[in-house]
Every structure is written in structure tokens, then in C-alpha cells.
Design a protein. Structure first.
Length: 270
């Protein structure tokens, strides 16, 4: 098995640099915010953090490709770093502390590119999570101060905590009925949103979560943390990994039921 210790250490260095840049501008009264063509916000901090990460990667891993939310793809080859400089930009620009920098390394294999390293750093929460293929999933302040994490053993939806981001996306995609049925079947539901529910699944404090529309940079880092914590991460179509444009994550025991509810047919659908 490949050794990803050096790549994981580098990802932590990148996250440290990004944390310094993003926290310095968090809640700044003069923060500059633009609207992208897809009508989502992007702040000067998003751009600065991605530029910083790209610059360090170009020096440390010049042969690796880079895919980032703000500046697209650069380079090619069997290794690709995938970056979301600020996951939760809407929270960031409103002063809500639930946002994180997501850094993943993906490698080409028989099933296409798959994550092998992931770091999720949420400095305003004082939290960081990470994982590497075959090495497990952890949380802590640093590699030297870490606690291994694992998913829950909850096996009944009636006892399960379900986390999601919003209702509108499910309605727009004709999946609202199944989504609402799922919320009724669960013990508890909360709309934490963005990266946080996946980290809660990995830690065992939440049992299932799902989102109807995502990009690769939203999913690459969180997916390997969930998987290395013993959980299951797929698209709503059941395809393993972060390639379906949407996501369902669970402790594994509840995954079949999670997908069954969310794939109920929309009214009028054949």
C-alpha cells in the first residue's frame, strides 16, 4: 500500500497557511464579496486562500495537478489536489463561524480518481479533521495531538440523527417527499449544512446526512474522512466516492435505508 504520510503532512501545512489567511479576514468590515455567474458569493478570502495553497503546491509538488473552486484545473497526471478554499462562504461573509478549508489529494485508479488524503480545517470552530487511505480518520489540533474517530453503531432510523443543508434543493429536484418521509422516520434532524454534518458522521455524533447538489471540491476531502472513519459515502445513485454531483453519508448500517428514502419517485414520475 502506498505511504501517504508525507502528503498528509503537506496537507496540514497547507491548511495552516489557509487558516491564517481566512481567519485574518473573518468578520472584517471591509471584506470584499462578489457574485459568481452561478449566483453564489465569493470573497477576497476565498481567492487569497486558494492562491496561497496553489503557490505552496506548485513549489512542493510541481508534478501534481490542482483543481480548485475559484481557479479551475491546472496540470495533469495521476495525482490531483482538490481544493475548496472556504466551504461555507455564505456563512463566512455573514460572520457565522461554520466554514472550513477542504484539501484533498486524489489519485487515478481502476475506478477513476479517488481521494487518498483529506484535511478539513475549521479554524473559527477550533476544529480540524483528517484522513489518509489505510491510515484511519482523526481529529485534533495537529498530527502530533490527535484522536482517532469512528462512526456510530446506531442501526435503526428511529434512533438516528439526520443532518442536512436545506429543503429547497430537495424540492427543486423532485425529492422532497422522500426527504420529508426520512425526517419523520428519524429520531432527530438538524440543518447544520456544508462540511460539518459529514464530520459529525465520521465522529459518530450524527448517523446519516445527505445533500442533493455538490461539486467535487465540496466532497473529495470529506468523503475520505467518512470512509476512513468506517462509514459509507456515496452519491444518491449509490456510486461510491465523490463523483455523483450529490452525496449520502452514513455509519454504513443505515445507508440502504437512507438511499431508499431519498430515491423515492417524485409525483408524476414514471
Amino acid at each position: 500500500m502506498a505511504d501517504y504520510h508525507d502528503d498528509l503532512r503537506l496537507a496540514h501545512v497547507l491548511a495552516d497557511a489557509a487558516d491564517a489567511a481566512t481567519t485574518a479576514r473573518f468578520q472584517a468590515l471591509d471584506l470584499e464579496v462578489e457574485t459568481k455567474p452561478d449566483m453564489t458569493p465569493v470573497s477576497e478570502a476565498d481567492k487569497a486562500a486558494e492562491e496561497l495553497i496553489r503557490g505552496q503546491l506548485q513549489r512542493a509538488r510541481p508534478r501534481d495537478a490542482i483543481l480548485g473552486e475559484e481557479y479551475g484545473v491546472e496540470g495533469s497526471g495521476p495525482r490531483r489536489w482538490v481544493i475548496d478554499p472556504i466551504d461555507g462562504t455564505k456563512n463566512y461573509v455573514r460572520g457565522v463561524p461554520v466554514w472550513a478549508t477542504l484539501i484533498a489529494l486524489m489519485e487515478a485508479g481502476e475506478t477513476g480518481f479517488q481521494p487518498v488524503v483529506g484535511v478539513v480545517s475549521a479554524p473559527a470552530l477550533g476544529r480540524r479533521w483528517w484522513a489518509a487511505k489505510g491510515l484511519g480518520a482523526y481529529t485534533g489540533r495537529s498530527l502530533a495531538s490527535a484522536t482517532r474517530i469512528g462512526v456510530s453503531k446506531v442501526s435503526s432510523l428511529a434512533d438516528a440523527s439526520f443532518a442536512y443543508s436545506s429543503l429547497s434543493g430537495w424540492e427543486e429536484r423532485g425529492r422532497l417527499d422522500g426527504f420529508l418521509d426520512l425526517t419523520r422516520a428519524c429520531w432527530r434532524t438538524r440543518a447544520y449544512g456544508d462540511f460539518w454534518p459529514y464530520m459529525m458522521v465520521a465522529e459518530g455524533s450524527v448517523d446519516i446526512c445527505a445533500e442533493p447538489e455538490l461539486s467535487l471540491w465540496d466532497m473529495a476531502a470529506v468523503s475520505i474522512v467518512v470512509q476512513e472513519a468506517g462509514g459509507t459515502y456515496t452519491g444518491l445513485d449509490g456510486r461510491h466516492g465523490p463523483h455523483s454531483g450529490n452525496a449520502a453519508a452514513s455509519n454504513g448500517l443505515l445507508h440502504g435505508e437512507l438511499l431508499a428514502y431519498l430515491n423515492q419517485r417524485a409525483p408524476g414520475e414514471d
